[in-house]
Design a protein around this ligand. Structure first.
Ligand SMILES: [Zn+2]
Length: 265
């Protein structure tokens, strides 16, 4: 792999959502972090999604500087989320390496999901975020109306819509609630017009970038396995769409993340 062109001295980038805790990456965490750093991706949030994912996220954050953990139960895993797991989550957020709650949310994409269970889990996560004053990372797929009304009901303002895949209208409504919009490699996809148009109305101080690795590798690595280093290419793609200098975008999105998760270096 070619290093990111060091002669251009790119500004530091923050991958706000990655899964080094996933089986495909967990065996080689140091290498992925090392390569990310070569690309000047200098900070990252490892995001949990189930019992093991959360434990691993914390472990990785404890062992690596400038890596932080976010813990929660993704919608797909909520069938296993019960009171006992909620108690574990409550203990985990006391760990100083944990900076946020997530990923939680609603995903109505695949048939056979348990809607009530997802909503119940989502609401418990929001309550936890509220009680502990932590930002909450939200996964939303084919479920905008429910996500929006629940956020409103719980009066949640400090949230991140991760790997945003919606349109301008949705972005606008989420921004009105006070949320941040995080863009992944999807924004670089050729046919992602909706997402690209949405990006244009997001104020720079509400914008974040992420990989969601190992999924959703950005152009020019679309279809390959993703990794935190590629946050670089999300910034490149997004800066073209927004017609601003990539270093400026890197700087702004990094600052946003540091402020939101209280992770200034
Ligand atoms: Zn994720």
């Amino acid at each position: 792999m070619v290093l990111y062109d060091p002669t251009k001295i790119p500004g530091d980038v923050y991958d706000t959502h990655t899964h080094l805790n996933d089986d495909s990456m967990f065996h080689d965490v140091a290498a992925y972090i090392g390569r990310a750093n070569e690309y000047r991706v200098m900070q990252m949030n490892v995001v949990g999604y189930d019992l093991q994912g959360n434990q691993r996220a914390i472990e990785i954050a404890e062992q690596n500087e400038n890596v932080y953990a976010i813990v929660g139960w993704q919608p797909d895993s909520t069938n296993e989320f019960d009171d006992e797991k909620l108690d574990i989550l409550k203990e985990q957020i006391k760990n100083p390496n944990v900076v946020g709650i997530g990923e939680t949310g609603l995903d109505y994409h695949f048939e056979g999901f348990n809607k009530n269970k997802q909503i119940d889990s989502f609401e418990k996560h929001l309550q936890l975020a509220k009680d502990n004053n932590l930002p909450v990372t939200i996964h939303m797929r084919d479920a905008f109306e429910d996500v929006y009304s629940i956020l409103k009901k719980f009066d949640i303002h400090e949230f991140i819509m991760h790997s945003f895949g919606g349109d301008q209208k949705q972005a606008q409504k989420l921004l009105e609630l006070g949320g941040y919009i995080s863009f992944s490699g999807m924004v670089t996809f050729k046919k992602a017009n909706n997402i690209q148009e949405a990006a244009k109305i997001v104020p720079l101080n509400k914008m974040l970038v992420e990989t969601d690795a190992p999924y959703l590798a950005p152009v020019p690595y679309r279809g390959k396995m993703n990794e935190p280093a590629y946050t670089r290419f999300v910034v490149d793609g997004l800066s073209e769409i927004l017609n601003i200098k990539r270093d400026e975008l890197a700087k702004i999105t990094t600052k946003n993340a540091q402020t939101l998760w209280n992770t200034s270096k």
